[in-house]
Design a protein around this ligand. Structure first.
Ligand SMILES: Nc1nc2c(ncn2[C@@H]2O[C@H](COP(=O)(O)OP(=O)(O)OP(=O)(O)O)[C@@H](O)[C@H]2O)c(=O)[nH]1
Ligand SMILES: [Mg+2]
Length: 294
């Protein structure tokens, strides 16, 4: 009997969904930073063996949209409620459970198995954890509750075992050697965006989109040209920095991370361009690959 299914990871921003997905898949597919709203897309990570195929989906943290891009992000999160065979609802030991109640109400009404994962238990003690478990039990009475630490890989093997038990009988959805639904270019832009999230403050990283204009993989080397789009001229100045120092630093960090990702030498060129208010332009969002419906 072969088992396969969609195991979708949802929850509020910054609770550790991407860290968890990377641990479950055993690869650093999804970028994860200390900043909320790091993930903007739905990203699949596929784990296969002889008897089963787990198709994990990492999704953006649930939020109240302020502009069109965030509407797309929320739509990605909601799409993960629609096609899940098993839902992993992630929370952590610091967030308020009542945040984003509408989304939680939808989760409470679901008829598929829901695992409520309380992440970051390395940051709390036994007694507080007991209280958190109790509160969540009232909020999602039908969910199985598992305390984990994604960062320390605590509880992950048990979680994998439980997910496999809950998986429906089904043939595989993807080739057994396929790792993700996204092309190499997507990971290039995400790795560059990760460095931007880490390097710049305030609104700047959130106003950025990274587009890979040229990507050519050779035997020992990958040639990449990327464009960083910002919303305003002032942001372009900040990204480039005095005498180009900031951009140089980001390029160099991104290049190192890309070399780890591809296991090859990377030739990377990055330019910066202004695209006014792209976060509110449906046309630009579609161009940039924000297509939650497809
Ligand atoms: N202490 C601790 N920190 C963790 C744990 N798991 C994740 N984190 C940290 O939490 C922060 C957010 O992690 P992400 O994986 O990016 O969270 P996310 O839910 O994907 O966030 P969004 O994509 O913004 O919704 C990062 O700084 C992680 O290192 C954990 O088990 N313990
Ligand atoms: Mg994330």
């Amino acid at each position: 009997m072969h088992k396969a299914g969609f195991v979708n990871i949802v929850g509020n921003p910054n609770v550790g969904k991407s860290t968890l997905m990377n641990q479950l898949v055993g690869e650093r597919l999804s970028i994860a930073t200390f900043k909320a709203q790091t993930t903007r897309h739905r990203i699949m990570g596929i784990v296969s063996d002889e008897e089963c195929q787990l198709v994990f989906s990492d999704t953006p943290g649930v939020l109240k949209p302020n502009y069109k891009m965030q509407e797309m992000m929320l739509a990605f999160s909601e799409s993960a409620l629609a096609d899940a065979d098993v839902l992993l609802y992630v929370t952590d030991v610091v967030e308020t459970p009542e945040k984003n109640k509408d989304f939680l109400d939808k989760v409470a009404k679901m008829t598929i198995p829901v695992l409520l994962l309380i992440n970051k238990i390395d940051e709390t003690d036994q007694k507080s954890l007991g209280n958190i478990v109790e509160r969540w039990h009232t909020l999602l009475p039908n969910a199985e509750i598992l305390p984990i630490s994604a960062k320390n890989k605590f509880g992950i093997d048990m979680l994998l075992k439980r997910v496999k038990e809950l998986l429906p009988e089904s043939p595989a959805y993807f080739d057994k050697d396929q790792l993700t639904d996204k092309p190499a270019r997507f990971f290039v832009s995400e790795i560059i965006r990760e460095k931007i999230l880490l390097y710049y403050d305030k609104e700047v990283p959130y106003s950025v989109e990274v587009v890979v204009e040229h990507f050519k993989e050779e035997e020992k080397m990958v040639h990449i040209n990327a464009l960083i789009y910002v919303e305003r001229n002032s942001q372009k100045g900040i990204i480039i920095g005095h005498q180009g120092v900031a951009l140089k630093k980001v390029s160099s960090e991104a290049r190192k991370a890309l070399e780890r990702f591809f296991g090859k030498k990377i030739f990377l060129e990055i330019f910066v361009k202004v695209d006014k208010d792209w976060r509110n332009s449906q046309r630009e969002l579609t161009n940039f690959g924000y297509n939650p419906g497809s």
